[in-house]
Ligand binder design. Sequence first.
Ligand code: SER
Length: 314
Amino acid sequence: MEKIMVIGAAGQIGSELVSELRKIYGNGNVWATDIKTPSADIAESGPFQVLDVMDDKQLIHFVIRHKITQIYHLAAVLSGNAEKLPLQAWRINMDSLMNILEVARMVEDVKKVFWPSSIAVFGPTTPRTNTPQLTVMEPITVYGISKLAGERWCDYYYNKYGVDVRSVRYPGLISYKTEAGGGTTDYAVEIYYEAIQKGRYESFLKAGTTLPMLFMPDAIKAAIDLMEADRSKLTIHSSYNLGGFSTKPEDIAGEIKKHIPNFNISYDPDFRQQIAESWPQSVDDTIARMDWGYECTYDLTKMTEIMLSEIRKK
Ligand code: SER
């Protein structure tokens, strides 16, 4: 029987992933862990433990004691926040991953690890449209450097120790349940909240800034499908490119206007503009589609309807 642990369960991805995993594997078999307390539905629908992934001793004790078989490690400092405290972000992003890889190497019960990488591994010298799986990678952010180094470590642990670590390079993730924090693609979440609350939004990215995005249900399904895929079918052990749909601030504003005709967008770009311009506009995810059947099912129109109606309910 699987015993699953989610690290970063209070976060944007974690809070939705825990609910999905509990539906599949049973509430009692999915441990939510975080340094902060998650929402009541996560903390009360199954087991929750306050756990700091930076504390390697606490981590290994927890994994052994609860006979954990799968780890989803989602805790990270995102791109915008990482630029404010580069060394601290580097340590958090790298040391936490190394702790997880070491636990997976040492504890026999642990069969699989999921760790998200990002389009941030690419940089200004990477081809920006239909970015290939294998290409030039010169990230200019601490976040991107930590994700690229992390990918290399995942591949290394797979080749050297046989650790089964699985990863995707997520595009910007859009969700209504838990807000993101400190990312470059977060404008695409904030815009929906402010459309409802204020009827206007000031974007920190310029008009015309195209980035690939993915709606959270597709992102969660991708993680679980990849973890459930037959190991022999997987050909990438660093991290799989994932596409999604490409969009820019005025496209989202246009979709919102269909529901809120008076909605108004203005632009006041900050330091995240340069980060956004160094990332791909679209990504080639042919290998993920071929190896484990990845697909993106939500487009901007469908997603916008759901975002607005769910945020209104809140
Ligand atoms: N969405 C993330 C960020 O903007 C990228 O992985 O930091």
